[in-house]
Design a protein around this ligand. Structure first.
Ligand code: PMP
Length: 449
């Protein structure tokens, strides 16, 4: 039992407050006499404390594409603990980290052949920003210190990721601690031009010109990198307009600015290709990854860099400064072992192809809700979708919260931020499960009104 006595009472535990819950509003914590506690999971379903089986509409937090309780992962974890449960990766290393890095390099876009491991998306992003600064410094361009993010971007909660991120609520409390020299491109979401678009909108690529304006304002010689999520996930599946990412690549190349794709959500198959870079045909200089690489079972993240970047850091004795960066758990043996299983299953079971086959099913199912009262927008790409509700008269987020609660009652664990419901179901979902998910959502929205 969770507390070792068999008498664990989650309601009392929440009230005592020993556990400070992440990303959970204080008002929810205070009102939380009935905590939403998950007790077990199998395949695409969670079991809640009150005995309900609920469909996992977001693959945990976008991180469990193979579903829960995978027997091969369980076996690999046990075997790895028994063989090599921990190994430092500073100065020494181990086979799992070496071989997983090679496999990730092999599936990455051409010319991106070098992997540095971290343990989360936030760490991956901070690593990427430091790689960008270090690269320019080593190239004799240490005055390139500016970072450019994008409104509505989410890049984790480290000081770097928070600073380049574009979500006010995540920044507000910490305004005093922002990294200097950060600007943001505008986001590309304007519902009057793109509501109810299937796949990529045709409007919005011109907003990439914001980067040219920043170059004109600051001079390119002060700009280190631009970081974007190819598809903005956390702020509700904002799909890149046709041509946007291509143009972003061109402008960065023209001015010697590094382009970072934060693929923490889109990496490892969710776009129907190993990385979104391949899906959209645009190769960045750095890719960040996390989440799905280990199916969420053991934390892992990392960055993949181009040959040019790696070569610059590997100058050997010629280098006056070194990349003094890394984490105790970088390349952890358990994470590496699980990463291998995840890639075995993805490749062995053809899961990228499966995502491509499921994409139109999810698209049709999601867009079938069009016309329902109180829906402001529906959008989708790869195995992601978002249904945006019109805010209730009582205020923003009120309808969303009601939909979340009713969803649990009707068998869906929904990810609702404000009035946006985001979907990233497991790749192992059946076509019927995706259709049922949206049919249930229809009922939920109709019930809530
Ligand atoms: N970048 C992106 C694009 C993400 O979606 C997330 C997490 N949702 C992060 C970074 C941060 O990852 P973590 O929570 O593992 O630090």
């Amino acid at each position: 039992m969770p507390n070792g006595t068999g008498n664990f009472d989650p309601v009392a535990a929440v009230e005592k407050g020993a556990y400070w819950q992440p990303f959970t509003a204080t008002r929810v914590l205070q009102a939380n006499s009935a905590p939403r506690t998950l007790v077990s999971a199998k395949g695409a379903y969670y079991q809640t404390l009150d005995g309900k089986k609920v469909f996992d509409t977001l693959s945990g937090l976008w991180c469990t594409p193979l579903g829960h309780g995978h027997p091969l992962i369980a076996e690999a974890v046990k075997a790895q603990v028994e063989t090599l449960d921990f190994a430092p990766c500073f100065q020494v290393t181990h086979e799992g980290a070496l071989s997983l890095a090679q496999r990730i390099a092999d599936m990455a876009p051409e010319g991106m052949n070098h992997v540095f491991f971290a343990n989360s998306g936030s760490e991956a992003v901070d690593t990427a920003l430091k790689v960008a600064l270090g690269y320019h410094r080593l190239k004799g361009a240490g005055n390139r210190f500016r970072m450019i993010g994008r409104e509505r971007g989410y890049h984790g909660v480290g000081f770097g990721g928070m600073s380049v991120g574009g979500i006010l609520s995540n920044r507000k409390m910490f305004a005093a601690g922002m990294m200097p020299g950060v600007d943001h491109l505008r986001h590309t979401y304007e519902p009057q031009h793109m509501a109810f678009t299937r796949g990529q909108p045709t409007w919005g690529a011109h907003r990439v010109e914001d980067l040219e304006r920043l170059v004109a304002l600051h001079d390119a010689s002060t700009i280190a990198a631009v970081i974007v999520e190819p598809v903005q996930g956390s702020t509700g599946v904002i799909v890149p307009p046709l041509g946007y990412l291509q143009r972003l690549r061109e402008i960065c190349t023209q001015h010697g600015i590094l382009l970072i794709f934060d693929e923490v959500i889109t990496g490892f198959g969710r776009m129907g290709a190993p990385f979104a870079a391949q899906r959209f045909g645009v190769t960045p200089d750095i890719i960040t990854f996390a989440k799905a690489v280990t199916n969420g079972v053991v934390p892992m993240g990392g960055v993949i860099v181009t040959d040019e970047i790696y070569k610059t850091f590997m100058m050997g004795p010629k280098s006056a400064i070194e990349f003094c960066h890394g984490y105790t758990y970088s390349g952890h043996p358990l994470a590496a072992a699980v990463g291998h299983v995840v890639l075995d299953v993805m490749e062995g079971e053809g899961l990228y192809e499966r995502v491509r086959a499921l994409e139109p099913v999810l698209e049709d199912a999601a867009h079938s809700l069009k016309g329902l009262q109180n829906i402001a927008d529906i959008r989708n790409i790869g195995l992601t979708a978002a249904v945006e509700l019109k805010p209730a008269e009582a205020g923003a987020g009120v309808r969303g919260t009601a939909v979340f609660e009713e969803g649990l009652r009707q068998g869906l664990l929904l990810r609702v931020t404000g009035d946006i419901i985001s979907f990233g179901p497991p790749f192992i979902s059946t076509e019927q499960e995706l259709k049922d998910m949206m049919l249930t959502l229809r009922n939920v929205i109709e019930t809530v009104g």
